[in-house]
Design a protein around this ligand. Sequence first.
Ligand code: GDP
Ligand code: MN
Length: 381
Amino acid sequence: MDLFEYQGKQFFAGFGIPVSAGDVVTTVDDAVAVAERIGNYPVVVKAQVQVGGRGKAGGIKLAADAAEVREHASNILGMDIKGHTVERLWIEEASDIAEEYYASFTLDRSAKQHLGMLSAQGGVEIEAVAERDPDAIAKIWIDPVDGLTEDVARTWVEAAALNPDATEGAVQILLKLYRAYVEGDADLVEINPLILKPTGEVHALDAKVTLDNNAAFRHEWDEYEATQERDEREEAAHAKGLQYVGLDGSVGIIANGAGLAMSTLDVVNQVGGSPANFLDIGGGANADVMAGALEVINNDPSVTAIFINIFGGITRGEEVANGIVEALGRVQINSPIVIRLDGTNAEEGRAILEPHLSDALQMQPTMLDAARTVVALAGAR
Ligand code: GDP
Ligand code: MN
């Protein structure tokens, strides 16, 4: 789950990371009211959208007085930034900037360690820095058992060659940021820019946070959950408790388990198709779940063929097959379906499906065969 900047800053502040005082608003009048309450101009008017490069897109403006706040707020509210409509603004006290840095923690899955990245070249996209000048990013790998010690953090900061004035402030913020990442159950925490002020203070000017949904049960994340940006399809799936991600292609995909769903995307791409979505129905692929999944995909006008890819594990093949048959009786499906059913009790499952097969409901023995068939059907329409 991705947070908005203002939520990320609240999250950071909870771990003692210095951020600017401010408030979130949805109207021009409230933007002015918050600026007046801050009472110390200039203030910054910042578009709240979950996409980078807001500054370049005109979504971040300094305002010298209330009239400028009004002007910028009315321009930015409703603005489209890379397909995201601005519905909220964050108004904060402006900071003087001496230097802009970059700091982040994320998980390096292949190394099975946490990865910290720090650079003296902040304020621009880190991918650009990585391309232009990879040595400008100081990386450290942290064993989760050891954690990040102050000594290691200091050596790391020195390796990144920040201004020496920033060393102490940066070390303290990185220790807090690491705690926020681990104890806050984040998959990613990023501060870009992390700034050095002319006064010598180090401060987080932006916040990007992705939380690990699997840890939701041990946190109070309702407020973050409530503001999640979902398209209509994602909203409908979420209401049915399905893990769904909307994509741009034409092949609707239903699979049991996130790993299989991802492999299915890959295989569909590999044979020249393009997935319309990623839908994981999880372990319990009963009729209700299958009907719900088919309904969500069926309502997507860009879908021209549907791929149901099931590998029975705990879920048995005959249950899945019964689920599909029952679901087809309940939902009028507009696109042809190709099924691949394997794993536990697959034979029983296939026998159940057999009498229902037609041009509109086909079965293939392997994932690759099924992918080829569904991609051909998707294109042929
Ligand atoms: P992003 O473009 O979406 O990453 O948004 P940021 O919050 O990182 O802001 C982009 C840029 O705007 C920063 O790198 C700064 O250069 C500038 N900026 C943001 N806040 C302030 C501020 O308080 N004072 C000044 N002087 N510049 C700011
Ligand atoms: Mn930024």
